[in-house]
Ligand binder design. Sequence first.
Ligand SMILES: [Zn+2]
Length: 475
Amino acid sequence: MLESRVSVIAKEFHSMGAPRNDDIPMLIYNATVVTWGAANAVLPKHAILIKDGLISALGPDAQLLKAYPQEEKLDAGGQILMPGSICAHTHFYGAFARGLAIPGPAPKDFPEILKRLWWPLDKALDEASIRASALIHLVDAIKNGATLLFDHHASPNFIDGSLDVIAEAVQQSGLRAVLCYEVTDRDGAAKAQAGIRENLRFSERLRNQQSTNGRLAATFGLHASLTLSDETLEACRAALPAEGGFHIHVAEHEADQEDSLAKSGLRVVPRLAKHGILGPHTITAHAVHVDTTEIEMLAETGTWVSHQPRSNMNNGVGVADVDALLAAGIKVCLGNDGFTQDMWSEWKAAYLLQKVWQRDPRRMNGADVAKIGAYHNAALADSFFPGAPLGEIAAGARADLILVDYHAPTPLSAGNLPWQILFGFQERMVTTTMVNGEFLMRDRKVLTLDEAEIAAQARQLAPQVWERYTQYAMT
Ligand SMILES: [Zn+2]
């Protein structure tokens, strides 16, 4: 059963790098282009030429309309044309948590939330509900203008082939994603081994079929220090070449530190460093409860840190000191931890949370929100999809972009763009989403996925998923 399903997906993978309907050049003109280039620029009445999944030219309307008179054209009507949003840390698998009732009194802290919500829920997932969870998030991403997602997956009762199920949904959506399976010891040694195998199998499969236009990449998932033994960390490190990186939760709650000190005598970051888990290819999510030594270690090792303010608020775990992380030179990125895929909402939460936390409106400058949400996320994306830049509108960059129906009520400039986004942009203004030169949504119509059908199928599955969840939650 598994073999046949995997082989069907494998056939589809062979076409993974091929352009779909992006082989016809297209000129998008009459746009206000936001480049998010090294020196950001806002360019009114500009055009881009898209060819073979890339932006092959950027220039004033008059110049490009004259140079490319024969190409198919799209009048952007003065809308903002900008790179699609990138999410550095998400969990598709949590989709069925929406509206779910946790039995008993409300969980009192994050360890209880893990034990009573997330762990019974991920155990309840089977192949159909994994696929549905992914599709729910993918259609949400297209509508919200998020074009690349770093997913961190768990389904202890359906590990082997789980990343193929998600990959198939990603392929169907046309989005880009970086996938991994979160290895953990919480369900015993056999399932920890199965998680290791799943990461290796999936990355090996992508390696054999890589293409610069590929929409999929892989990393190696680890749950968190508090559910990983020294032996499993060693096995994970040994399974990868030295330059291979990981995607792991770090110090989301004090419990991670307490567990690490009890297990190893070390705090979480030094413990992970000792096992070779940190480095320039590793993403650590949260870093809420790290001390100054740990911040230095994250900076020195070039490790990425992903910030998820909405999740941190929801779980009541505390606030990551983003200003301190940035001051130390850490490449802080922005994720959503499985919240909705509206990344400007995450920008706004990041901006507001630091101010109320510190009772200081100077904290979390808008330009720093853009640094993490646009620039660092793009740099992280580039490290997984080498060959052509992501997260930038420039000649030679990948055509992963959105059109935004935003009418600036004050002069819009490269300098004030972060604050225009924080106080004015809303995801409902995204009218068009394109990845690799292919329209995934055009004029607010999603073209690659059927949202109503996805939601209807999920509603059919939900009672069984919730029933299994409740059984696990009660035991
Ligand atoms: Zn997470």
